[in-house]
Design a protein around this ligand. Structure first.
Ligand code: GCB
Length: 605
């Protein structure tokens, strides 16, 4: 990897290059450790001081060429000292993890730069690497430890690890993180989304210490077409060629050894007699242990295959119908960005109650707890990057940041049995530039993970009452997702059953969105918008229509729970919430919840 070269360049070239370039060089330094939640770590969750900085004062005079000066320093204000106009120690605090919008009323609509700071004590062991791990920071993060610039990261929903081995001192330390959630055209997502742009250190932060050589990535998957053939690799950073790596699965009494090649990669392929597969009804997980030199990495993973055959999706070789639901990473009951295991338990608990076997985690990678809990509960997952609506298709840095987010999503969750599909995008406007952009993403996704299915949610275009599922994007996908809002944005719910659907590509189709809004507790007749009755009726009519969709292999109605969106401004009904939830933001189940539950429970397998 060119990473080491860039590191050396960073340290020796620092004095002679411009501050702007330092930002770029630091950007390359983020590592990505898999399975961080199974490593011993020191949590940095808790209260962090913050300074709201709408004019970007903390970056110094040129906000376009940020330099690691300004607020990266942790100096305290004294009346007799040089003029200094900030002081972290006297500034208020925010809880980390947590978005800033839902913690301080004055930050509800805030978008821009905000500085976080906290002290920490650390005693690093010799011959180790120390990483500062961020579950996610929305959107851009620049991080300093003891005044040393340690990393830059972009993308608000994926993890990153900044190496801080040289920046950390024995004893007292401090970390400063500049987080900027300004929406811009060239970012991913771009300026308009139907969800709240929650800013800040929205997921857990920790210090992760690993030995000199360590397992940074591994993969172990069931080979397609088999019931007990496992294959994969472990990648050991810093390991000399021929270093032995041991992989064991104690419950199967299996221990396998392989040696790393010149790239630090050890390949595994072996039979696992007696292997129980992962099924939604029996989500079997195995404890897996990987050892290389001083490092041991443990994980709990399941084994299953997922593939398509004609218009069907096969799980472990058998056709499966995906009884799904969509969900945003909106925290149940309290609102704000979801981040905890409890949030995941609540959201996935409702999905389970609906008798779902799949959840679409829209429209960006959710917290890792979601995939972990889904692994345990037996809920399959559609995981997506925020290539949403109108992206800057012809701008190369936009493609780069989309690719980076795709890479980070796959890397974090490629050992989660629950995750069966990577989604490249949602409702993108047809056009050659769009298709070429997403085609490139599909190529990368297949290279990085040949074991899962590739999909996208496509907006349905109707000609009169006929929908032809022929968006050219479909040729690059394994499974076609189609979104439609008959009965809400177009047409009448009563007419849904009379629509015709055509599937000229003969691929499996998931109706990836349909639905309508209802305010919990608002009742009336089925023809009155926002009543629970109208939403329930819309679902019933959709079910009648869906019977006629050729190749239908699943559905994920929109959406499990009401979620905050600045686009939803109707007083008394919406109040900045998209009300298409089957459950309100306060956890009240609407009539349509029970309509869907009944439908799924009585569905023939
Ligand atoms: C869509 C989008 C989703 C919106 C939803 C709506 O098509 O994919 O992000 O929230 O419609 O409620 O309008």
């Amino acid at each position: 990897m060119p990473r080491n070269g860039i590191r050396l360049f960073y340290f020796f070239g620092l004095a002679v290059i411009s501050a702007a370039f330092v930002v770029h060089a630091a950007a390359q330094q983020t590592t990505l450790l898999v399975d961080v939640d199974h490593r011993v770590s020191t949590s940095l969750n808790g209260a962090w001081h913050y300074i709201v900085d709408p004019y970007r004062e903390g970056w110094g005079n040129d906000p376009h060429k940020p330099s690691p000066k300004g607020y990266a320093k942790n100096t305290h204000y004294t009346p007799e000292g040089p003029l200094q106009q900030y002081d972290f120690a006297k500034s208020p605090t925010l809880n980390v993890p947590g978005d800033w919008n839902s913690q301080d009323k004055s930050l509800f609509f805030y978008e821009g730069l905000l500085w976080y700071q906290r002290d920490f004590t650390y005693h690093k062991q010799p011959k180790t690497h120390l990483f500062l791990h961020f579950g996610a920071a929305n959107y851009a993060a620049d991080v300093f430890v003891n005044d040393v610039y340690v990393c830059h990261h972009e993308g608000g929903f994926t993890p990153f690890d900044c190496e801080v081995s040289d920046a950390v001192k024995d004893g007292d330390n401090f970390v400063v993180a500049a987080i900027d959630n300004q929406r811009t055209i060239e970012r991913v997502p771009t300026v308009k989304t139907d969800w709240w742009n929650y800013g800040g250190l929205t997921r857990e932060v920790s210090l992760v210490e690993v030995p000199e050589t360590y397992v940074d990535d591994y993969s172990l998957q069931l080979k397609r077409g088999t019931k007990d053939q496992l294959e994969g690799y472990a990648h050991i950073t810093g390991a000399a060629a021929s270093t032995p790596v041991t992989l064991s699965i104690p419950a199967l009494k299996l221990t396998k050894e392989a040696t790393v090649d010149a790239e630090g990669r050890a390949a595994f392929s072996f039979n696992a007699p007696g292997l129980k597969l992962w099924w939604p009804e029996h989500p079997q997980l195995y404890s897996v242990e990987i050892k290389a030199n001083q490092d041991t990495l443990k994980d709990d993973i399941g084994f299953r295959t997922i593939e398509v055959q004609g218009e069907q999706i096969l799980l472990n070789g058998k056709p499966v119908f995906l009884r799904g639901i969509n969900a945003h990473a909106e925290a149940p009951i309290r609102s704000g960005r979801a981040w905890s295991e409890q949030d995941a338990q609540t959201l996935l608990g409702w999905a389970k109650e609906l008798d779902c076997n799949v959840i679409r985690l829209a429209h960006y990678p959710h917290d890792e707890h979601m995939a972990r809990v889904a692994d345990k509960l037996g809920i399959m997952v559609w995981s997506e990057i925020p290539v949403y609506w109108g992206i800057d298709w012809t701008n190369p840095p936009t493609l780069e940041i989309a690719k980076q987010q795709l890479h980070e999503m796959i890397r974090r969750d490629h050992n989660k049995a629950s995750v069966i599909m990577w989604s490249m995008s949602n409702e993108t406007p047809p056009g050659n530039d769009r298709t070429e952009f997403i085609r490139k993403l599909t190529v990368q996704a297949r290279e990085e993970d040949p074991t899962r299915l590739i999909t996208s949610a496509i907006v349905t275009h109707f000609k009169d009452k006929t929908a032809t599922m022929d968006d050219p994007l479909g040729q690059y996908l394994d499974v076609l997702g189609y979104n439609e809002y008959i009965g809400w944005y177009m047409g009448k719910a009563a007419d849904a059953p009379s629509y015709t659907w055509l599937n000229p590509m003969h691929k499996p189709v998931i109706m990836s969105e349909f639905g309508g809004e209802a305010k919990a507790g608002f009742h009336g007749d089925a023809g009155t918008r926002f009543t629970e009755e109208s939403q329930a009726y819309l679902y019933q009519q959709q079910f009648l229509m869906l019977k006629n969709v050729p190749g239908l292999s699943g559905m994920t109605p929109w959406v499990l729970m009401d979620f905050r969106s600045p686009m939803r401004q109707l007083p008394e009904m919406q109040d900045y919430y998209n009300r298409k939830g089957l459950v309100s933001d306060k956890g009240e189940k609407k009539k349509a919840f029970f309509v869907l539950k009944d439908y799924y429970e009585h569905m023939q397998p």
